[in-house]
Design a protein. Structure first.
Lengths: 215, 405
């Protein structure tokens, strides 16, 4: 990365793996459970959060010296709310079906702990460029897990990817279904997202022993 | 002795290598090893985990044998209704036995093969000894699934149940949930069409349905469970003695209430199953049944209500329909996932019974609520224990104060 210094690129790369907001900090779990039954909403959610957190971090960082610390949470909320409304309106205008599918969860980006967490922990104390990188990095780390979970849940739960029947047709019994394979209905239910996230954490920690806490 | 010696030398040969636990397990599974504990031992007891497990398996054997005969009997009786007129005469036949073996034994083989395979794998990866925990689970699993469940589904569920239900918590003795019920819950939510309805409980019913759909001119066979009939407000065609003896469709091993009672006797007599849990579960079920009967008697629920059928079942009949008895005797008493304190066991069992009947009546989609109730109470068992122990500590602290004052 010639464009970024080593310190800056760490801001983006760290949250993707070793300091992932979902698997390490265990934040933003609710939306990870709710919208990952299919791959498409997972990706839309990931992109939305990348936009909101990237832009939000920049805005908060620019205002960090003029926000009175007593009311900073309210200011942060207003910034997120404004950005979320923009995302919501854009989705409604250009991808109405999808926005109906995601329904309240776009609105609930406001309550995503990752966003407030990064505002508080990073943007209030750093310049706009570094805040922007941090926002993009964390949101991408969140989105990455969403997409992995969404991939497995859609593939095993519905036998499709992006709605394409990659495993064959369950009704006319083609492809895998001709051999007696059936979709796993459990995968479509939210508890299974929790278990898939747990499995990702398991794989990640067994690959990187440094992540295991002493106890 | 030849085999024992051979296994011993084999074990010595692989000592210290990665594969050691696998050979160790084979040796100790078949024979008592010569090694004894060195230094001071403080507890002397004749039973170990293996013997405990074997007793439970022994108590399950009658249910398994009955399940084998019943699998054949249900299949042939569905084809020829006249067999049902004299169940006793038509039950212990060679045809039933062969058909039963053909359908039940693959379930047992898959359950043990896959489950023990995973146990061996984990033991080798993690470098500890193979644990005996799966011996009972592997026997329970084929008894609590429908006869026609596809084998690959069973295999997937066993993998899930053993890894997520047990190994991630640290293996045998550390699991929060009962592994056998975790496997059943997985099957139930993952493949509901194979776990409920009126086609899966009798061998061949699904095949028959497919042939009819394809245009074959034959009669459909169906085997609704009794709970299914109640939940759908159909007429129940079996009498109480059929239910007690077990000549009814249902999961493989849970139909014969008589043989479950035999198993319960073995478990209580050998002090391996807790009689407190068994009795309190049954009391809980009866209590809930009585409450529902009372509601019907008081006229709060009319015949038009969809709950009327199951609410109106006389309270004692709840014990002989469905699998509450099987759950109470073999599942709720699992010493790892149940409450440990005596008072806790009463509370734990009572709530299992109560919730089982509650789910059974109020959720027609899950007419068999026993496994859900036990899993739920598994989660609460440590909490119950905590409060029982705290209560005891408080009581004794108070007594101490009175004495010193």
């Amino acid at each position: 990365m010639g464009l970024l210094s080593k310190k800056d690129s760490k801001l983006i790369l760290d949250p993707l793996a070793d300091n992932n907001p979902i698997t390490i900090q265990v934040l933003g779990i609710c939306s990870a459970l709710a919208i990952t039954a299919q791959l498409k909403p997972s990706i839309v959610m990931a992109v939305s959060v990348i936009f909101v957190l990237g832009a939000g971090n920049v805005v908060i960082s620019l205002m960090r010296n003029i926000i009175p610390s007593k009311i900073r949470i309210i200011v942060q909320l207003i910034v997120v709310a404004a950005l979320v409304i923009i995302v919501d309106q854009v989705l409604k205008a250009f991808a109405y079906e999808l926005s109906k599918e995601l329904s309240v969860f776009i609105g609930l980006i406001i309550t995503n702990c990752i966003i407030m967490g990064r505002f508080e922990a990073f943007a209030l104390a750093n310049g706009p460029w570094r805040s922007f990188l941090d926002g993009i990095g964390n949101a991408a780390g969140y989105g990455l897990i969403l997409i992995i979970v969404g991939f497995f849940r859609e593939l095993l739960g519905s036998g499709t990817l992006f709605g394409f029947k990659v495993l064959g047709d369950p009704v006319t019994k083609t492809g895998l279904y001709a051999m007696g394979y059936e979709n796993n209905g459990f995968m479509v239910l939210p508890p299974m997202a929790l278990i898939v996230v747990g499995l990702i954490i398991w794989v990640q920690r067994s690959r990187n022993k440094a992540l295991i806490e002493e106890n | 002795m030849g085999l024992k010696l051979k296994l011993h030398t084999l074990k010595e040969k692989y000592k210290g290598t990665k594969m050691a636990p696998a050979f160790n397990a084979l040796h100790t599974f078949l024979y008592l090893p010569n090694e004894t504990t060195h230094g001071g031992t403080h507890i002397k007891a004749a039973d170990d985990l293996k013997r405990t497990m074997n007793t439970v398996i022994l108590a399950l054997v009658p249910c398994l044998l009955f399940g084998i005969f019943n699998a054949g009997y249900q299949h042939y009786a569905a084809l020829d209704e006249t067999l049902r007129l004299a169940p006793l005469a038509n039950f212990l036949t060679m045809d039933n036995f062969i058909m039963g073996c053909w359908t039940v034994l693959p379930l047992v083989l898959v359950s043990y093969g896959v489950g023990l395979g995973i146990e061996f794998l984990f033991a080798i990866i993690k470098g500890h000894e193979v644990e005996e925990g799966y011996l009972v689970t592997g026997m329970l699993v084929p008894l609590i699934v429908p006869i026609d469940i596809p084998l690959w589904m069973l295999a997937v569920a066993v993998i899930f149940g053993v890894i997520i239900g047990k190994e991630v918590f640290g293996g045998t003795g550390m699991n929060i949930l009962n592994p056998a019920l975790t496997i059943r819950a997985f099957l139930f939510f993952a493949y509901p069409t194979w776990m409920s309805g009126d086609k899966v409980w009798v061998h061949g019913a699904v095949e028959r349905q497919k042939e009819i759909m394809a245009g074959a001119n034959i009669d459909a066979i169906s085997g609704e469970t009794i709970l299914g009939s109640y939940a759908q407000n159909h007429n129940v065609v079996y009498d109480y003695w059929d239910m007690f003896w077990g000549f009814i469709p249902g999961s493989v091993g849970e139909t014969s209430k008589l043989l479950i009672l035999v198993g319960a006797f073995i478990l209580i007599f050998t002090k391996i199953g807790s009689w407190r849990i068994i009795f309190s579960t049954l009391i809980g079920a009866l209590t809930m049944g009585l409450i529902f009967n009372g509601i019907v008697d008081a006229g709060w629920i009319g015949e038009s209500s969809k709950f009327y059928g199951l609410m109106n079942v006389p309270f004692w009949q709840h014990l002989i329909i469905g699998s509450i008895l099987f759950g109470a005797v073999y599942m709720a008493t699992d010493p790892v996932s149940a409450s440990q304190t005596n008072k806790g066991k009463w509370i734990y069992g009572f709530l299992i019974g109560l919730i089982s009947i509650l789910i059974r009546v109020f959720n027609p989609a899950y007419p068999e609520g026993v496994f859900l109730a036990i899993l739920l109470m598994n989660v609460f068992a440590p909490t119950i224990d905590h409060y029982v122990i705290q209560g005891n500590i408080k009581k004794r602290a108070k007594r101490l104060k009175v004495k010193t004052a």
